[in-house]
Design a protein around this ligand. Structure first.
Ligand code: ZN
Length: 319
C-alpha cells in the first residue's frame, strides 16, 4: 500500500509516492505555471500521480489515500482553500476537485503547507516520537506548523499559528503582510540577505564583499561563509541574525513550550554552526531560565521532501 503526497507551491507542483513508514519512494515535479485556473493545476496533480504509479508498476488499487499541502489558509474539515494569495485562490474546493478527477474513490486530505511540513517531521523526521513540536521553515519567509498533543493546531478559523508574523521589532522593517517588524522580516533568508547588505555598506573593505562577488550576489550563505573565513563583518551579521531568530524562538517557547522546535529550510543546512550559538542565545532569553527542563532545538531531517511526505501521511493524523 502506498500514499500520494502533493506539495503545491507557487513555482512547482511536487507529487510523491510514500510508503507506510514515511519513506519517499519516488516523486515528480512540474511547474505550477501561474497564472492559470485551479482546475488545470488539479488535472496536472492527477496526471503526475498517474505517471508515478505507472513508472513504479503500481495500480490505483494500491493507493490508500492522497494528501495535499497548499499555501495560505486552508480549512481541512471542509476541504477548501479559503485564501492562497500566491496562487490567487479564494474559497477553492480543492478536496472536491481532486476527488472528482481521481480514477477511483480515495480518501483525500488537504492542509496548509507549513502544517503539512510539521506533520512530516512529526511522523517521519526530526520530531518523530514527540507529543508536541513547532516546525519552523526558514526560506524566503518563515513558515510555522504547530503539533500540540499529537494534533495540528491552527486556530479556530484555521488562520493561526503564523509565528512568522509576530512582531519582534516594533516599527521595524516592513513585512509582506502589511505590519512592520515581523519575525519573518528578520529571521528569514530574505532578512539575512538584508542584514548582510547593510553590513557590507558599513564595512566596505570586508572579505564579505569578495565572497559575495564570487557567489554572483548576496545570498543566505554569504555571511556564514565570510564568518568561516575569519571575517569580522561576517561574524557580526551571523550574530545579529541569530539574535533575531533567538528572540522569536524564545517567544514561541514562552507561549507554548513544545517538546521540540525543529528548524528547516535552506539555512538549516548550516547545522551546528547555526544550532549551538542559537541554543545559547535562546537559553538566555526564555522565561524561567535555562536551569529548568525546556524545549529542545533541532534541525529538520526531511529537507524539501517534508511537504510531500507530510501530505502523504495526513491520513495518519485522523486515526
Ligand atoms: Zn508579517
Amino acid at each position: 500500500v502506498v500514499h500520494l503526497g502533493v506539495d503545491l507551491g507557487g513555482t512547482a507542483i511536487k507529487v510523491g509516492l510514500v510508503d507506510d513508514g514515511g519513506e519517499l519512494l519516488s516523486s515528480r515535479s512540474v511547474p505550477t505555471g501561474l497564472p492559470r485556473p485551479p482546475q488545470a493545476i488539479c488535472r496536472d496533480i492527477v496526471a503526475s500521480a498517474t505517471q508515478l504509479l505507472e513508472q513504479e508498476n503500481l495500480s490505483w488499487e494500491q493507493v490508500k489515500d492522497l494528501g495535499a499541502g497548499a499555501p495560505g489558509t486552508v480549512n481541512p474539515d471542509r476541504g477548501v482553500v479559503i485564501h492562497a494569495a500566491n496562487l490567487g485562490w479564494w474559497d477553492f474546493p480543492l478536496r472536491e476537485e481532486l476527488s472528482r478527477l481521481l480514477p477511483r474513490n480515495l480518501p483525500v486530505y488537504i492542509q496548509n503547507d507549513a502544517n503539512v511540513a510539521a506533520v512530516g517531521e512529526y511522523l517521519a523526521g526530526s520530531a518523530k516520537g514527540a507529543a508536541s513540536a513547532v516546525v519552523l521553515t526558514i526560506g524566503t519567509g518563515v513558515g510555522s506548523g504547530i503539533i500540540l498533543n499529537h494534533r495540528i493546531e491552527s486556530g479556530h478559523y484555521f488562520g493561526g499559528g503564523e509565528f512568522g508574523h509576530m512582531v519582534i521589532v516594533q516599527g521595524g522593517r516592513s513585512c509582506n503582510c502589511g505590519r512592520k517588524g515581523c519575525f519573518e522580516a528578520y529571521a528569514s533568508a530574505t532578512g539575512l540577505i538584508h542584514l548582510t547588505e547593510e553590513e557590507m555598506v558599513r564595512s566596505p573593505e570586508s572579505l564579505m564583499h569578495s565572497i559575495a562577488a564570487q557567489q554572483g550576489k548576496v545570498n543566505g550563505r554569504t555571511a556564514f561563509d565570510a564568518m568561516r573565513a575569519g571575517d569580522q563583518a561576517g561574524s557580526r551579521v551571523v550574530d545579529l541574525f541569530l539574535s533575531y531568530l533567538a528572540c522569536g524562538i524564545a517567544n514561541i517557547i514562552n507561549a507554548l513550550q513544545p517538546e521540540l522546535i525543529c528548524i528547516g529550510g535552506g539555512i538549516s543546512k548550516e547545522g551546528d554552526t547555526l544550532l549551538l550559538p542559537l541554543r545559547e542565545k535562546v537559553n538566555r532569553e526564555i522565561y524561567g531560565g535555562s536551569q529548568l527542563p525546556s524545549t529542545r532545538l533541532q534541525i529538520c531531517t526531511l529537507g524539501n521532501h517534508a511537504g510531500m511526505i507530510g501530505a502523504a501521511m495526513l491520513g495518519r493524523m485522523q486515526e
